[in-house]
Structures are given as C-alpha cells and as structure tokens.
Design a protein around this ligand. Structure first.
Ligand code: ADP
Ligand code: MG
Length: 705
C-alpha cells in the first residue's frame, strides 16, 4: 500500500477522471496510516467507497442531550458531564465507576470488566455516555458506549448534532471511525457520480447520490437519514435486480444443444402407470415443464412445493419425456441416502417403461463406478441419479438433455452451473421445499422461471406437534413404546452436531444403544448415520420401509427427502439446535400417509428465542408462515446465504425491512432493461459498470448463468 498520497488523486478534478472511488485505498484519506488502514480492513473497509457505504447501525441525537437531572430510571439515554471522581471495584466482577457532573446533578457511570479505562478516563475528562439509567440511592448508568470529548473543534462532529454510530472494532472506536469518514467525505464526495438517470430518481422521489451519502453519516434530521438509506438501498437493490435479470436474459438468448423428439402420448403413458392420479397442481406444473422441454430455449425453472407436495413424480415425468425424446437425464440430490431413495423410486416408476437407470455416488466401488461412467458416456444409461459425485471429472454424458436438482437450497449456485456444464445448454429444473417469501425468491431465484405446487395430494392425515422439556422425556419415550407396540413406525433424530461427522455418528450410536437397553427393550431399533457403508444404509432404510425396523434412530441426514408414508412419529432430540426450516423438513418426514401423525420436539433450552422458534412449529404447519418467521428471526443473509447463491453482499439494504424498496427496484430494473437490454445508453453507463463490477468481476459469481 502506498504511504503518501499522490496529489493528482487527492486534489482537483483529475481524480474523478483518472480513478474511481472503489480504486482509492482508504489509506489515502488524511490521518489514516498503515495501522488504521489495517484496522479498517478488519471491518472490510479497504477503499474510499467502502467508507462511504459503511452504514451506521444507529444514530444518536446529541443535539439536545438530556441533562443529568432529567434522566429517567429504566430508560436507555445519553448524557454528558465532567468527571469529578473515579473509583474501581476490583473484587468479583471488575467495576469502573466515574462520578459525572453537569450543571444539574451528579451521575454514577459504571462500566464492567474494562480495566483499561483507567488509562483513558481521568478527573476532569469530559464524557458522553449512553446506557441504561438506574436508581440505587443515587442515579446510575450502566454504560454501553462512551466517548471522550477533547474540547477541540473536532467535537462538533461528535456532539451537538445527530451522531452516527458506526459498527466499529477493537482499537477503532466509533469516534475515530466517524472522524475518518468525515474526512473521506470532505476529500472525495465531489468525485462520486450520480449513478441514477434523472427520470428514475424523480419518479421514485429519491435524494441525490452525494447528498444521500453525506446524510447517511451526518444527517441534520432523522428524516434525512431515512431518505439517505432509502436512496442508497434503492441503488443497491436496483443493481441486484439488474444483475439477476441480465443473467436471465443471457440464458434466454442461447439455444439448447439437443432437441427432444416429440412423440404423442408420452406423458399419458407415464401417468397411466401411476398408482394415483396427479393433483391439479402437479398437472399445471407439468404443463409448464413440458412447454419448456419442447422450446428451443433451455429450461431454467424453479419448482417450489412444500414438503410432501409431490415434487419427485414431477421430476420423474420430466425425465421420462426427456428419455422418451431420445436424450439422457440426470438428477442430483444433496445426500447419499436421498439419492439412493430417488434411485429406487425412479426404478419403480421408470424401469417398467424401459428406462435404464444408474446410481452415481461417491462411495460406489471402483469397478461399478468405472462401468457406470463408460455406460453413461456411451449413452447406454438413460438417467443418472446421484449426489454431487455427478459433478466429478470423468462423469460424461453422450447427450444430456435435462438436469434436475433436488433440494436446491442445499447446493450452491456454482454446483448447479457445474452440472449444467455437463451438457450443451441443457434444460435445468431445480426443486426446493423451502418456501421463501416472494421478495426473497425474486432476488435469489430471479433468474429462474417459477412454478409452484400449492396443493397437497389428497388423503393426508394431520400432524400434531408438541414441545416438551427434559422432565417429560421419560414419559415421551414411554408413549413411543406404546405406539410402537400398537404398530406405529417412529423416527428419532439425535442432536445436531455441525462440526463433526464422527461425533454426530457417535451420538446416534449412543442414543440407539440407550433406547435398546432401556425403554425400547425388545423393539427393533435401527440406526442410520452418514458414516455407515452405503449397503448398510440401504439395508436399514429398506427394513424401515418394510416395517422390520420399527424405530429408526438417525442423524439429521434424514432431514430432506426421505419418504416412508407408514412412519407416523417424529421425535427430535435437542430440537432447539435446529433452524425452523430444518425442523419443518424433519417434521415433513411424517404425515405422508392417511393416519394422524405426531411430532415431538424435545428441548431443554428454554431461552426466549429458542422457545419462540419451537412454539412457531407447534402453531403452524404452513411452510410459508414458517419461512417468514425464520426470516424474521435469523435475517435473510443467514437464512439464504446470498453468497452461496452467487449474489453480491448487501451493505445498505436489508431484504426483509426494505422489501417495499425491493419491489420498486425490481419494477424499475424491468423497465430499464426493456428499454435498453444491455444498458448501453449513455446515461446508464454508471449503472452498467456497477452491475458488471458487482456480478461479473466477482470471483465465484462469474460462472453463473
Ligand atoms: P416432496 O415434494 O416432499 O419431494 P414427494 O415427492 O416425496 O414429496 O411425495 C410425497 C409422497 O406423496 C410420496 O409418497 C408420493 O408417492 C406421494 N404422492 C405424490 N403425488 C401424489 C398424488 N398425486 N397422489 C397421492 N400421492 C402422491
Ligand atoms: Mg422431495
């Protein structure tokens, strides 16, 4: 990193012409040396542009600070004063106490566990403190945040106004950060281009770009701060939508490499072999899929349908049309157990029609693997069902027509793209049971056409869900015992241990042993975990299907896809360790037959958020409601992992809170591209550059589409 600032960059108009703000290191800002630059980098702030978009997590109105006399116990407030006296309590939990005074009274400000304060705060120091006010004889405050006022002119940045509180880090206080950002604005804000064409800005009633960036940090009113957020969130979401829609356009213009021979009656032939009739929703979705298959453009479709809505048979029908039309198909599932189940299901559904199937997983024996690979490459296998082992080098298809990805949310966008690359612009159908609110799907799956299975197959029993504490555990297992004796089949899922496959397997082994030796003595208790040999897994699943095994103790590998309609009870141990979406999936393993089913969520953690999550499960079985709750509780970033979807991070916008802005941005992006599909018009140049920069030039995002 350069240590001195070239004047051509720091001054005059030359800088805007020669370099963009995202190319100018934060270190060029006055007062930022190598140490500060390193601290800034820890916050992800490397350039002047990064500083501009470092959004405050809150604002503090210091234009009228409360006087000490007016502080009200029970509230979180901000006040200021001069330190009269200091004391420390060193026994027990360390306490640092400062008696602060203004003209109106005295406040005891208290910090816990911050020994270093004695080097920073002295008698006579002027302080701003923010925290919860309490009354214990005298007025006290447990301080969350404080700032030392220096008495120089700089203080006008930090008090007497609405002050931004930026996310900070060790050694880099909000005060220092505020100062650096203020300097960056002074030096470089002039060089910030407008970005939005005037008509959009006016249409949407948005602030100007430079004004918005300044007001994001130093607003003169809370309305200004809000308007700044709205403008900058709009920009960010507009770029996001433009990128997503342009990706969609890019797929639209290519032609698929292989066309299917169209033969009448193919679909009817398949449907006639089914032991049930398709639901209206399944028919409708198959209509969408058929249309895509016979179109010259590759299919790029998302099939969303709640757990148990019957997505597999839709995939089977699509694969049958593909094979019947003279091509090969592939279906990828996230776990071996699910791939094996799909393989069996498809063999039952498709083999009678003459379809040749193979199972492709990582744990197949070498000779089998090689034989299958040869047959696939020679076109002697019609449908390959497998895990991500399908993506390996050496897995080649003679004429790949259709790719199906099941439980898409368990894969990254890159894996989807990789499978696509096994063919020449093949059709792609991705399926997911994780229902997500429309605003999110518009973004995450905005490049896909969408079909929804919004109807359950008829004749499903209800699922009753209960949340139980540890004291009820013996009772729950007694009840399980009775149910098993009465002929029911039960899943018991052991606690989630994310870090270690091995520990996870051990947990399942122990649980199975305890149950066999205890309350389930004499019952056939099976065991299923990821570290078992594939043949053993198959055998256990098969025995559970037939009923030879009554209770299946499993790791969370059974979370997705497993389909045994006779199973009616799901017990989840330590249920609070799972997210809502996972619990919904787990519960979806039962309730697949006509009988009433039960789901018992065992949990000893009764903290509020955990309790709330589990109660949500007890209250509703609607996947959309659960997804919305999940989104609220965990936030969209964590829920969907936008990175995994190949989307740029959002710095300003929040997909949940800013949903209305997202709608506007979506609409505006559509208009823009209808008018100027590749953003080549002059007043779109800044936008085009930004889309390119955030989507195309980012490693990992390039391969998408
Ligand atoms: P998911 O959408 O969760 O993948 P599955 O495809 O596993 O659901 O289907 C769940 C169960 O519903 C399976 O046992 C399947 O055989 C059955 N099923 C699917 N479609 C129908 C239908 N139209 N009528 C009756 N049962 C159906
Ligand atoms: Mg499924």
């Amino acid at each position: 990193m350069p240590t001195s600032r070239p004047t051509a960059v720091a001054t005059g108009q030359a800088r805007s012409a020669s370099r963009s703000l995202h190319d100018i290191p934060a270190q060029y800002v006055k007062g930022v040396g190598p140490t500060r630059a390193e601290q800034l980098a820890r916050l992800g702030l490397r350039t002047v542009e990064d500083l501009f978009y470092h959004q405050p997590h809150r604002y503090e109105d210091r234009s009228h600070l409360a006087t000490i006399a007016s502080l009200r116990p029970g509230l979180k407030q901000t006040t200021q004063g001069v330190v009269l006296a200091l004391s420390e309590k060193r026994y027990g939990k360390h306490q640092f106490v400062a008696a602060l005074s203004d003209d109106t009274g005295v406040l005891q400000a208290i910090w816990f566990g911050q020994r270093f304060l004695r080097r920073v705060i002295h008698r006579g120091t002027r302080l701003i403190v923010h925290g919860r006010v309490e009354r214990a004889g005298v007025v006290q405050m447990v301080v969350d945040e404080h700032e030392v006022l220096t008495g120089d002119e700089d203080d006008t940045l930090h008090t007497g106004r609405i002050v931004p509180m930026h996310p900070a880090t060790e050694g880099l206080s909000p005060r220092v950060l505020r100062t650096i950002i203020a300097r960056a604005l002074d030096e470089y804000l002039d060089a910030l281009p407008e970005l939005l064409p005037d008509h959009i800005r006016k249409q949407q009633g948005l602030a100007r770009h430079q004004e918005a960036v300044r007001n994001l940090h130093f607003p003169s009113s809370m309305e200004d701060a809000e308007a700044a957020h709205r403008r900058l969130a709009f920009d960010e979401l507009l770029v996001l939508q433009l990128g997503v829609l342009m990706r969609k356009q890019a797929v639209r213009v290519v032609e698929k490499g292989i066309r299917y021979k169209r033969r009448g009656g193919l679909l009817a032939q398949f449907v006639a072999t089914l032991p049930y009739s398709l639901t209206a929703a399944q028919h409708r979705v198959l209509g969408d899929v058929t249309g895509d298959l016979y179109s010259p453009r590759p299919m790029n479709r998302l099939l969303q349908g709640d757990v148990g809505s019957g997505k597999t048979v839709v995939a089977a029908a699509a694969l049958w049309l593909c094979v019947g039309g003279g091509c090969q198909g592939a279906l990828m599932a996230p776990t071996e157990i699910l791939a094996e189940q799909h393989y069996l299901t498809f063999r039952r559904l498709l083999a009678p029609l003459g379809v040749r199937l193979a199972l492709v997983t990582g744990s197949r024996r070498r000779p089998d693997r090689d034989r299958i690979r040869e047959a696939l490459a020679a076109g002697e296998i019609d449908v390959a069902v497998g895990t991500h082992a399908l993506l390996e080098e050496g897995v080649e298809f003679a004429r790949l027509g259709l790719v199906v990805v099941d439980e898409q949310h368990k894969f990254g966008v890159l894996q989807r793209a990789e499978l696509r690359q096994k063919g020449e612009h093949p059709d792609v159908l991705v399926m997911t049971a994780t229902p997500i609110p429309r605003t999110l799907s518009m973004t995450l799956y905005g490049d896909l056409d969408a079909s929804v299975l919004d109807e359950m197959p008829p004749g499903r029993g209800v699922i009753k869900t209960y949340v139980r504490g540890p004291e009820k555990r013996p009772e729950v297992y007694q009840w399980v015992r009775q149910q098993v004796d009465g002929g029911h089949r039960v899943y018991v899922v052991c606690p989630l241990i994310e870090e270690s496959d091995k520990l996870q397997a051990e947990a399942a082994i122990h649980l199975a042993e305890r149950l066999r030796a205890g309350v389930l003595d004499g019952v056939t208790v099976g065991l299923l975990h990821g570290r078992m040999r594939p043949d053993d897994k198959d055998a256990v699943m098969e025995q559970f299907r037939t009923g030879a095994i009554r209770v299946l103790v499993a790791t969370p590998v059974i979370e997705v896809g497993i389909d045994v309609p006779e199973a009616t009870i799901m017990i989840v141990e330590d249920a609070d360790r799972f997210g809502l979406a996972q619990l919904h999936q787990l519960r979806g393993r039962v309730g697949r037959g006509p009988q009433t089913s039960f789901c018992v969520l065992l949990s000893s953690a009764m903290s509020d958020p955990a309790r709330e999550r589990l109660d949500t499960m007890a209250q509703t079985s609607d996947g959309f409601v659960i997804a919305q709750r999940d989104l609220e509780l965990r936030g969209p970033g964590e829920l969907m992992g936008t990175r995994q979807h190949g989307l740029p991070d959002l710095r300003i916008a929040d997909l949940l809170g800013d949903a209305p802005i997202l709608q506007d941005a979506h609409r505006e992006a559509g208009h823009l591209l209808a008018d100027d599909p590749d953003l080549s018009q002059r007043d779109h140049a800044e936008l085009r550059d930004l889309v390119r920069r955030r989507f195309v030039e980012r490693p990992g995002v390039a391969a998408v589409g």
